[in-house]
Design a protein around this ligand. Structure first.
Ligand SMILES: [Zn+2]
Length: 284
């Protein structure tokens, strides 16, 4: 029983710190809006109302506390082991009709935004069964908020995780002398340390040469994940280069911040540009 409870606690708490922080999601959405076509923006307003995408980008995290939306907890990440391919993960999860991870969830949301009746019916059924309320009473607004959120999440390298340490949630680290964990550092602490608002942050990173934009946007969803895996492995390989003598724990301070803030900025920027590319294609 005790073991069961512990297991429940571990599984239940898996997602508590499991997402880019609020500003990370807003930054990706704000970058996206800068690169959306007029047509796609008009369609977005029809779906969402006149709100900014950045305001609704965190909605999939807010609803985690709602019982009806428990089914969406696993939509924020995927698990790809070292040596495994995203296609193998797709094959594995594709065996049942459920939406099990971020890859399947993104495909579903894209299909819904493309008016695919099967996808729409699937999510409407699930929501009805679980008494989960759609965003603004609209299945398309729901899908758009989820897609905006999940595209950002899979650009966070520890959201394409290894499951043994729960995407780094189980790895205790010190961040500027405070106890934290590797996942939380990557979700929000590196971003928050910069002390910028999300609009300032967006302004600072929005410096892509026009000829690069198309190249960044041409990558497939599986390539986004593969980039995240490469960065993830780099993070794991280097974690003990920053060890605190007394505690033996990885201890991240300015050196870590300087080493990795360019990567964090790169992931946020790419997430935003790619979301714009996707929405221009679907809605434009
Ligand atoms: Zn998330």
């Amino acid at each position: 029983m005790k073991k069961l409870l512990l297991l429940f606690f571990l599984v239940g708490s898996y997602h508590s710190a499991f997402s880019w922080g609020k500003n990370g999601h807003r930054i990706v959405a704000a970058i996206c809006e800068l690169y959306m076509s007029k047509e796609a923006k008009e369609e977005m307003v029809k779906i969402m109302g006149p709100d900014y995408l950045a305001e609704l980008a965190n909605w999939p995290d807010y609803i985690k506390s709602e019982k009806g939306w428990k089914m969406a907890d696993s939509w924020h990440y995927t698990t790809v082991h070292v040596g495994q391919s995203t296609q193998e993960v797709r094959n594995y999860y594709g065996k049942d009709e459920d939406i099990n991870d971020a890859l399947e969830a993104m495909d579903l949301m894209i299909d819904i935004l493309r008016d695919d009746p099967v996808a729409i019916e699937w999510l409407e059924d699930k929501m009805e069964k679980n008494k989960a309320k759609p965003l603004r009473g609209s299945i398309k607004a729901t899908a758009l908020a989820f897609l905006t959120h999940i595209v950002a999440d899979v650009h966070q390298p520890l959201h394409v995780g290894k499951n043994k340490d729960r995407g780094g949630n189980n790895i205790t680290v010190l961040y500027f002398d405070e106890r934290s964990n590797l996942h939380a550092v990557w979700d929000s602490k590196i971003i928050d340390q910069e002390q910028l608002s999300y609009t300032e942050f967006t302004h600072f990173i929005n410096k892509t040469a026009p000829e690069m934009i198309r190249e960044i946007q041409s990558a497939s969803i599986d390539e986004w994940c593969n980039e995240s895996i490469l960065l993830r492995e780099d993070i794991y390989n280097n974690i003990y280069n920053y060890t605190d003598r007394e505690t033996g724990l990885p201890s991240f301070k300015w050196d870590y911040q300087h080493d990795y803030i360019p990567k964090v900025k790169d992931r946020l920027l790419k997430g935003g540009l790619r979301l714009a590319g996707l929405l221009n294609e679907i809605l434009g």
